[in-house]
Design a protein around this ligand. Sequence first.
Ligand code: NAD
Length: 296
Amino acid sequence: MTKIAFIGLGNMGSGMCANLAKAGHDVHAFDLNADAVKAAVAAGAKAAATVGEAVGDVDVVVSMLPAGRHVHQVYFGEDGVTAHAKPGTLFLDCSTIAVEEARDAAGKAADAGFSYMDAPVSGGVAAAEAGTLTFMVGGPKDGFEKAKPILDIMGKNVFHAGDPGNGQVAKIANNMLLGISMIGTCEAFNLAEKLGLDAQTFYDISSTASGQCWSMTSYCPAPGPVPTAPSNREYKPGFAVAMMLKDLRLAMGAGDDVGADTPLGNHAQQIYAKLDEDGFGDIDFSGVMRRLKGEL
Ligand code: NAD
């Protein structure tokens, strides 16, 4: 049994925290939202009233927070994690934040005598609840070895991506590709349908030909061919446009920092940003299909 603090019990963190408690670990849960803490207690964790109370006597801190500024505040702010944790405590931040913010956090943590790993996830709320997330972990090999048994409880694939920040690199590069491939898939289905080829027939052909990709075979944006896809439930997320936009902005920002040319990533960002501005940030990102059809 490991003593673990869990900070950030929102859509994702609640299920992840519950899985750690269910596996028999001693989990101390904290969130600014008292109802989220109550739900964690109902799922087997112990309530902490402050960050300090959560982390004071644990070996591992897991966090799942909205963005980089929350992560820096929680770990390094006044009365934050580093002010209260035992030296040597392992920090596993599973939030999606900027590469530079993660590298900065790893450096600050090391200076204060802690080991920080960035461990962002792929997979949504259902995967968080089921314990089937994919983790992409950046940080030293020994930290990864210590983190793996904990992450294995919350995920089914746990990868060591290398140096600090590399987990975030893997996450944003993957999601940039996903954002682009989804728009391409929507365009292909829309073109085929407008030219008289129905979605199922096009799917049957393209999913076994060279156009095949995850956006098509696991998440088809045209209703019908993939029954579990959000396109069959009025494009309810799934993975919302606003979340894809967040990841694309992180990818574009990181690309600018290193001079990586990402013309399609940029264009994809504009398409999702326009949907978001027009009030469709909370529909599934495959809802680009509806925009192409002129329905939004
Ligand atoms: P969320 O907003 O539902 O949850 C965040 C939680 O953090 C909230 O409960 C909030 O009260 C808490 N919080 C904020 N500031 C805090 C602080 N200072 N101290 C303690 N608690 C604090 O967000 P989410 O959907 O769970 O996403 C969390 C992270 O996971 C994000 O970085 C997101 O990009 C990433 N992510 C989300 C999904 C998804 O499908 N939702 C998928 C992959 C990755």
